[in-house]
Design a protein around this ligand. Structure first.
Ligand code: ADP
Ligand code: MG
Ligand code: ZN
Length: 473
């Protein structure tokens, strides 16, 4: 026993799968349907005599996630009934998987996974004015549940795991995984102990619908557990919720009131031999480049800094956009393109309240042309900043032609620039004397005057070179 507390965390994460139809019927799986009870039928409303038919695409998506996490794909799997009574579950049971999940083992960020199984989402209840309204659009939507081993030790590590899982789900197209829309939901199991050989009593915190909530709730619980134990008390095994406003957890359900779900295999659904139904090897081969591989590529091949890398890899379509633009180019080009993308394009879209997604970026070919022109010294950074909004507004914009028409092409004609320098020197004799007598800060004044005289089209680097020659420094 040491004097330090060891924190242990295990995560349970649900994600709604991105499929055309629901899990057991042909109803549309549309998380954006606003009108209640539009996408429902006899099957997802559990009318007597109806039979569920498994959605093969949903099973394939769980297998794909399992392949992306280096997990084992079960030979044999089945669906079980998890029995409980609640208005959001019209059958009186949820179809889930108990003993034989589709996926087991594997890891994300070095954190071992216990399993990933497939189940169905419940309806959405809203409690209002002593009344409960139920919207069944979500009932029967395919939902995967991933469970980690109890091997996470800090809130930050848990947050990083959840973020990386979100990226993986998006990269493989399994789920849109927005936490704020409930497409991805995190539950954290937390315990503390001074004995490295024995876990403490765990508490489960539900309804964590942001990464900040995941980290905040874990930190809060760890502090609460330690304070309780230090006071001579004991942690009670229970389920807690997270109060977003107070930034505190609160008790929801004690262990004594835990459900007994009476799981048993659903007799209406077929048992599945996954390796006969799916070509697992070809699923593995057709995986896209995953976030970790992209991270390595952008860092090592393109020499980008880690904060820029993390921004670019956060969305699979942004990475693909960037890769298309910089493919085969050097690190100087890639760094420039990354900066214009993350600082200028993202900034412009945010300013205009346009969603920062790849379809709203300039076309890859126009963006490549822009970077080419900057590298060739044909376009100043001012010119590039003025062109970008036009490129965002018009995907077919001819970048070169527009730059020429608007007089943005940077003049690299040394003779012409030299003439401008000579004029500036002749027009500012006092400043020249000041400069020559040691007032070095005057130098940028001359550069500014030259830029002004050339109406912003002169290359500032060339101006500096020529000025140095003419002023004799
Ligand atoms: P339950 O049956 O209560 O759901 P499980 O054994 O299925 O518990 O584990 C659920 C989650 O809790 C898993 O992510 C697991 O890693 C985690 N877990 C189990 N024991 C502990 C513990 N003592 N402290 C923290 N997390 C734990
Ligand atoms: Mg649990
Ligand atoms: Zn239906």
């Amino acid at each position: 026993m040491s004097n330090e507390y060891i924190t242990t965390i295990g995560l349970e994460i649900h994600a709604e799968l991105h499929t055309n139809s629901k899990m057991w019927c042909g109803c549309k799986n549309d998380p954006y349907e606003k009108k209640p009870n539009q996408n429902i039928c006899e099957v997802c409303m559990a009318h007597p005599g109806t039979l569920p038919v498994p959605n093969k695409e949903a099973i394939r998506k769980v297998i794909t996630v399992g392949c992306a996490t280096g997990s084992r794909i079960a030979d044999f799997t089945e669906f079980d009934r998890k029995n409980y009574f609640y208005p959001d579950i019209p059958k009186g049971y949820q179809l889930s998987q108990y003993l034989l999940p589709i996926v087991s083992g594997g890891s994300v960020n070095g954190i071992e996974l216990t399993r990933i199984h497939l189940e169905e989402d419940t309806a959405k209840s809203s409690h209002d004015n002593g009344m409960t309204l139920v919207d069944y659009n979500r009932a029967g939507v395919p939902l995967m549940e991933l469970v980690t081993e109890p091997v996470i030790h800090t809130a930050k590590e848990a947050g990083a795991f959840a973020r990386e899982l979100q990226r993986i789900l998006r990269y493989v197209g399994a789920s849109e995984a927005n936490l704020d829309l409930g497409q991805m939901r995190v539950e954290a199991n937390i315990s503390v102990s001074k004995d490295p050989k024995k876990f403490g009593t765990k508490v489960e915190v539900k309804n964590l619908n942001s990464f900040a909530a995941v980290e905040g709730a874990i930190d809060y619980e760890v502090a609460r557990h330690i304070a309780l134990i230090e006071e001579g008390g004991a942690v009670v095994q229970e389920t807690r919720g997270w109060d977003e406003n107070k930034l505190e957890t609160f008790s929801q359900r004690k262990k004594e009131n835990a459900h007994d779900y009476r799981y048993f295999p659903d007799p209406d659904l077929p048992k599945l031999y996954l390796h006969r139904l799916f070509d697992i090897e070809s699923i593995k081969k057709s995986l896209p480049m995953l976030p970790e591989a992209r991270r390595t590529q952008l860092t090592n091949d393109y020499g980008l800094k880690s904060d820029v890398v993390e921004i670019i890899i956060s969305d699979p379509l942004v990475v693909i956009y960037f890769d298309t633009v910089v493919n085969g180019k050097d690190t100087k080009y890639a760094t420039l393109a990354a900066n214009y993308l993350v600082a200028d394009i993202f900034g412009l879209l945010k300013k205009e309240n346009i969603e920062v997604i790849a379809v709203n970026f300039p076309s890859t070919s126009s963006f490549s042309t822009l970077i080419d022109m900057i590298i060739a010294n044909e376009l100043s950074s001012r010119g590039a900043k003025d062109l970008l909004p036009l490129m965002i507004a018009d995907k077919n914009l001819d970048v070169k032609k527009t730059a020429e028409e608007k007089g943005m092409i940077q003049k690299n004609d040394t003779e012409l620039l030299k003439k401008i320098v000579e004029e500036v020197i002749a027009e500012n004799p006092v400043q020249v004397t000041d400069y020559k007598s040691g007032k070095e800060s005057m130098f940028m004044f001359f550069v500014g005057q030259c830029m002004k005289k050339s109406k912003g089209s002169g290359n500032p680097g060339l101006f500096q070179e020529i000025l140095k020659g003419e002023l004799g420094s």
